[in-house]
Design a protein around this ligand. Structure first.
Ligand code: CUA
Length: 334
């Protein structure tokens, strides 16, 4: 719980508005994209200023009424129309197009055989959340959801897949959009140059709750990251408090365990987010709501109000005591 609130305050103080902006790149890939964006912005501003100046100049030189003007001769001395109206914009757009293509080619997005791609994380798009699988040696594998931790200053290769419709991975401060396509893995290399929490949103319309399909990337110092990995590798913690113990029974006997997994227990469902370390995450419902007692209770009983059409049903069968016990169990799954 302590770690989750520390992370949440980091998110607050890192400036929410900047944590999801292409204008504040925090990694090499986003840097390249931002450079091109600024180049385009400055170039287009310069051209706009030039065009307005020319127009003002023409207006200021105009004398008399329209009727007094001689008809404009087309053909003689009008070469500037071809240069200014065709050749100039065409060459500017061509240069930008080539720069854009070069930038895209520098990202090994579609190249499964790219020699130095070593995905250490697989992200699987689901309606409407992100399954996050940490790959590697069998003893190093674990699954989590919606919150991706990476070591700061190191490139991390990610394989992007989808189990249902097309989604799009977009953490603007770290990389451009890359789609998650069923039966067609894509790859992305992200690197965060500074410690921090970087937010993203699904960037491809994928159904009713597309806007509530958010993700968070937490870049940590290598030692903190390693500690997080070791924590995530552990099975779900055994409850010790009485309420949490009762809550575990409610969880295992009720419908929760059919869809959710808590490693080390009988709950082995794989269709919904892995809850083994749910208490360590900042938010719930694909980062749509804060992870606290009130929202957990609300989510369990009224998921269809908080996130209509999500796979999580409204579980109204629990009495108040059972609900509080259930939340107590979830909150100790650090
Ligand atoms: Cu997933 Cu939009």
């Amino acid at each position: 719980m302590k770690r989750a609130s520390a992370l949440a305050s980091l998110l607050l103080f890192s400036g929410c508005q900047k944590s999801q902006s292409t204008l504040y790149p925090k990694g090499p890939a986003a840097d390249k994209i931002a450079h091109l964006s600024w180049l385009m912005l400055i170039l287009f501003l310069a051209i706009t200023v030039l065009m307005w100046s020319l127009m003002m100049w023409a207006i200021s030189r105009r004398r008399g009424s329209l009727a007094e003007h001689e008809p404009v001769e087309v053909g003689g001395g009008q070469g500037w129309i071809a240069w200014g109206g065709l050749a100039f914009p065409l060459s500017v757009l061509c240069v930008l197009f080539i720069l854009g293509l070069k930038l895209m080619a520098s990202f090994p997005v579609h190249d499964i055989h790219h020699h130095d791609l070593h995905p250490s994380i697989a992200i699987i798009g689901r309606q409407w959340w992100w399954e996050v699988q940490y790959l590697g040696a069998p003893a190093q594998r674990f699954t989590t959801a919606n919150e991706i931790h990476i070591p700061v200053g190191q490139p991390v290769d990610i394989e992007l897949r989808s189990l249902d419709v097309i989604h799009s991975f977009w953490v603007p401060t770290l990389h451009g959009k890359v789609d998650l396509i069923p039966d067609h893995p894509n790859f992305i290399r992200i690197q965060a140059d500074q410690e921090g929490v970087y937010t993203g949103t699904c960037a491809e319309y994928c159904g009713a709750q597309h806007a509530h399909m958010r993700l968070v990337v937490v870049a940590q110092q290598p030692a903190d990251y390693e500690a997080w990995v070791q924590g995530q590798l552990q099975p779900g913690s055994q409850p010790t408090a009485a309420a949490a113990k009762r809550g575990e029974q409610v969880f295992m006997a009720g419908p929760c365990s059919m869809c959710h997994q808590v490693r080390g227990t009988l709950a082995g469902g794989r269709v919904a987010p892995d809850l083994t370390h749910i208490a360590s995450r900042m938010n719930i419902a694909a980062n749509s709501y804060p992870n606290n007692d009130a929202y957990l209770e609300a989510w369990i009983t009224h998921a269809q109000s908080l996130k209509p059409e999500a796979a999580m049903p409204n579980l109204t069968q629990f009495n108040g005591q059972q609900l509080r016990d259930l939340v107590a169990y979830l909150r100790q799954l650090q």
